[in-house]
Design a protein around this ligand. Sequence first.
Ligand code: SF4
Length: 443
Amino acid sequence: MKLTFILPAIGKKKGQKYIGTWKMEPLTIAVLKRLTPPDIETELYDDRIELIDYDTQTDLVCITVETYTAKRSYKIAARFRERGIPVVMGGYHVTLCPEEAERYCDSVMVGNAETVWRQMLSDVKNGCLKKRYTGETAEYDVRPDRSIFAGKKYLPVSLVETGRGCIHQCDFCSISQFYCHRYHARRHELILEDLRNTQYDYTFLVDDNLVADHRNAMRLFEEITPLHKRWAGQGTLSMAKNEKLLKAMRKSGCEVILIGFESLNKENLQQMNKSFNYALGERNELVKRIHDAGIGIYATFVFGYDNDDERTVEDAMEFAKKHNFYTAAFNHLLPFPNTALYRRLREEKRLIYDKWWLQKGYHYGELAFHPKKITAEKLSQLCRDARKEFSAPKTVLSRGFASLHRSSPLLWWLFWGMNLRIGGEIDQKMHIPIGENLDELPK
Ligand code: SF4
């Protein structure tokens, strides 16, 4: 039996083979590869970096679906199903809207695949594939098998999973929704084993909120320290309240942390249910503490809440420049299916597209709803301009030299590559037609 994994791109412009943007190893596929019995042959097509061979001889196609890639996933599935090859789909989007995905494939995997993967493969072998498999959320103590990535060019950064989910309930967050607002820590011995076996010098700890449980995070950082690793991860501003944690984090090799500031506006933070960011008190002081600990910040902001206008985007830009963040993202809000945000905007009749992810002609950078104080077009433009401004050579130069003292030489070099590249790619990415260019979506 042969199994073909596919990771779809978000879409491609006419005649475009690859998308020039960050391509990290798709860790989920390495986990599924580990769970696949060795007598099953496997192959991977990463649509972001290579062309899919639709004539490949295979017995089963497995597609990992995100909301951004849903339309393209459904089109890819249709090409294989035309040949009578069964297609199984899993991933965040499938869990958030299984009924939709079921229309375009033979079977869906809801939740985490680990506990049902082998059963599904065995059912395929026995000709009794079910329409739906539902996996347990907390079971994922599996070491990834990266041999599936052989011969593919990814960013030279090792990805290691430390936990899944988050305790917070930000209204736009599909991750929190997926894990029902709970955090599931991974067993430390497995994390350490993965870290000992990393291929590259730099590691990204794939966890949406690494510091969701301070005690667990503290223990983990102490255990990582003797491995002499350098790593980046994602956390919340609250970690700066705990100076011991911050110190342990830096000592364990943390050099950059992604923090979702989202907004500087109190009412916006309340509306998105992230008022803990505001309640933490003096934001500037907390940022200073993280920087003083020797950790750089990748700051993210989101715009489109009811108090947003041109001024709030300018304020965020001023704040980001003032603190010389390692890098920053200025995103417009996007209502992901089944989130509290999506439900609210639909009730308020403010969605421009009911299902933007399936909408014909919808492109990256476009708003899918009407903001209150500004037009959708204007906000899209402001976000694009803010990204462009923050990654303009002049701004990058001044940030680079201002943050030199807290960067290792490797991180410093990465800084230039990353920031200048982001600047060059913004317009390229802005107009990618979501889901295109493939055949029409099957009815
Ligand atoms: S803190 Fe981050 S991961 Fe947690 S719910 Fe909010 S946006 Fe999602």
